[in-house]
Design a protein around this ligand. Structure first.
Ligand SMILES: *Cc1c(COP(=O)(O)O)cnc(C)c1O
Length: 565
């Protein structure tokens, strides 16, 4: 018996993602994209969908974040041993990079659901004895290195991934590209489906593009043009030489450079953005393509704190399989139990804050949480635009703030933001308790989204494709206070599920900051003093948002609209 028996016997949907957050100890993810990929596969597990995921083994992870006394981020590799969590697969394939043969092997990680399902996750690895020492490192560092390194990773993921699935005996009926990083898989498929030369008229493409499009679907995640991977053709030609004729590649991926998003768009029958507004923005960015919206969701069980799991199990049994049941939360959950489950989560967060920073938070004070990738458009500094104003609000209505997030090693602006937040913490000391937790990961996210009282998000519109941490908060009865962008445009019902900061038009920093201060001072903090009214909003977040913004709904939509067409 092969270890893949039970997995290879039926045609599957192959889910390709550069990053997947499988469990906290496995650093094969950097942030939202990877957590979404993990939640996608966790829901596939619960729903027992026939899927297989493909990603890189990322032996050195993304990076381990530490922060020095001045608030400067330090990065070190986050080495992990695949053998501790996964088993080596008995298959090896080759790809040609720079005219060298690069061997790719793989590990099998089994995603074990909390119900019955199991899903195979294939982790691609070039750390093979036959490879040169340089090539052995291709699958080491997630989003590390220069653009040549990145393109090599994308060759391994897209081309290597398709070949490895074939070598393992998987029959794939649909390939799902989670973001453009894996778009070269479509090029590998084109090579499989070529018309014989004698059937071609002069100038006709030898590739059966419609056939490949039938096999592929694509989720785009980036509402800014600069965020899309682009590779100059001289680099592409150097690494891939004559893998596919340049005329066809330029036709599919753009004349000036290889644009991975364009390539994926041209090779996919189903294309979607990750929220309604994001799909609109994508249609404007790429006119002529049909881009649907499948709004993201988060995995119910993973993101609910133990107290809420217990409460939901007791009052809404079956919610893990059918989170729509949470729509009944307002009538079914006793107010006191909701407050108690939240207080339990808050204590767990406060314990963690003490362990990580030595600072003691007050379990009776309203607590604001903000955690995301530290980069300019997320505007983690918006709350601190007017320190005196912030202090004066807190003098009358005290509150505390917990922050976290990593900046990409090359994002100098993001790193400066982290330093600035540490300066603000010092400026505010004595008036507002404020900590920055280092090493934002799934575990810290779980504690934060459940343990704070208000989840804050203040991105520059329309840059937030979806955002998912606010959905995690909803599962824990934590209302959002957020700029109207991404998912919150669909999830905000003012005063019912949380609150909007500003309107849904393009951002103006000054206006958004004023709107944030006013909403905090006049609406959110006063309401917190009225526990009966507050618990209503907590339940509003659960019944209106958790019941909808979950990855089970998302996967049911992918299944009926993208996978089975
Ligand atoms: C959920 C999550 C994210 C994404 O959150 P956003 O709201 O989309 O920014 C990033 N990192 C971790 C560790 C998460 O758990």
């Amino acid at each position: 018996m092969s270890m893949l028996d039970g997995f290879t016997h039926e045609p599957r949907i192959a889910y390709f993602s550069m990053e997947i957050a499988l469990q906290n100890e496995i650093p094969t993810y950097s942030g939202g994209l990877g957590v979404l990929a993990g939640d996608t596969m966790r829901s596939a597990t619960d729903l027992e969908l026939p899927m297989v995921a493909v990603t890189l083994v990322s032996r050195a992870g993304y990076f381990c974040q530490t922060i020095d006394a001045d608030g400067r981020q330090k990065e070190t590799p986050m080495q992990w041993q695949p053998g501790d969590y996964a088993t080596p697969l008995n298959a090896k394939i080759a790809v040609i990079i720079e005219n060298r043969t690069v061997w790719v092997c793989a590990w099998l990680y089994i995603l074990q659901g909390h119900m019955n399902g199991r899903q195979p996750i294939v982790l691609l690895d070039t750390n093979v004895a036959e490879n040169s020492s340089e090539d052995r490192k291709i699958t080491d560092t997630l989003y590390g290195g220069d653009s040549a390194y990145r393109l090599k990773q994308e060759i391994i993921l897209g081309i290597g991934g398709v070949r490895l699935l074939q070598a393992l005996g998987f029959e794939i009926r649909q390939y799902h590209m989670n973001e453009g990083h894996s778009a070269l898989l479509g090029v590998e498929l084109l090579r499989r489906f070529q018309y014989p030369n004698e059937d071609l008229r002069p100038g006709e493409s030898p590739y059966d593009i419609p056939r490949v499009r039938e096999l592929c679907c694509f989720t785009t995640h980036t509402p800014v043009d600069a965020g899309h991977d682009r590779f100059p053709y001289d680099l592409v030609n150097r690494l891939l030489s004559d893998f596919i004729d340049t005329a066809t590649l330029k036709h599919l991926a753009g004349d000036e450079s290889l644009n991975m998003t364009r390539l994926a768009l041209n090779l996919s029958e189903h294309v979607n953005g990750v929220a309604k507004r994001h799909a609109e923005v994508s249609r404007k960015m790429f006119p002529g393509y049909r881009v649907k919206a499948v709004t993201n969701g988060v995995h119910p069980y993973t993101w609910s704190s133990p107290g809420f799991v217990k409460l939901y199990d007791q009052h809404l049994p079956g919610w893990c399989h059918e989170p729509e049941l949470l729509v009944r939360a307002d009538g079914c959950l006793p107010d006191n139990d909701v407050l108690e489950a939240h207080q339990r989560a808050k204590i767990l967060l406060i314990d963690k804050i003490r362990t990580l920073t030595g600072v003691s938070f007050d379990s009776q004070l309203p607590t604001l949480g903000f955690a995301r990738r530290m980069t300019a458009y997320k505007r983690p500094d918006l709350l601190f635009s007017d320190i005196e104003r912030l202090k004066s609000i807190a003098r009358n209505q005290p509150f505390q703030i917990v922050l976290a997030g990593k900046a990409h090693p090359h994002d100098q602006g993001g790193k400066q933001l982290i330093e600035m937040l540490h300066r603000h913490a010092r400026e505010l000391s004595g008036v507002i308790g404020m900590v920055f937790l280092p090493g934002y990961d799934m575990d810290i996210a779980r504690l934060m989204v459940a343990g704070v009282d208000v989840w804050l998000n203040t991105p520059l519109r329309p840059m937030e494709a979806s955002g998912t941490s606010g959905m995690k908060a909803a599962f824990n009865g934590v209302p959002n206070l957020s700029v109207l962008d991404g998912w919150w445009l669909e999830g905000c019902i003012e005063g019912v599920t949380g609150w909007a900061v500003g309107d849904s038009m393009e951002s103006e920093n000054g206006n958004d900051a004023a709107a944030l201060y006013n909403k905090l001072e006049q609406v959110v903090l006063p309401l917190y003093q009225n526990q009966a009214a507050w618990v209503k909003v907590m339940k509003g977040a659960i019944c209106k948002n958790a019941s909808f913004f979950n990855s089970h709904r998302m996967m049911r939509r992918y299944t009926t609209e993208a996978y089975i067409r």
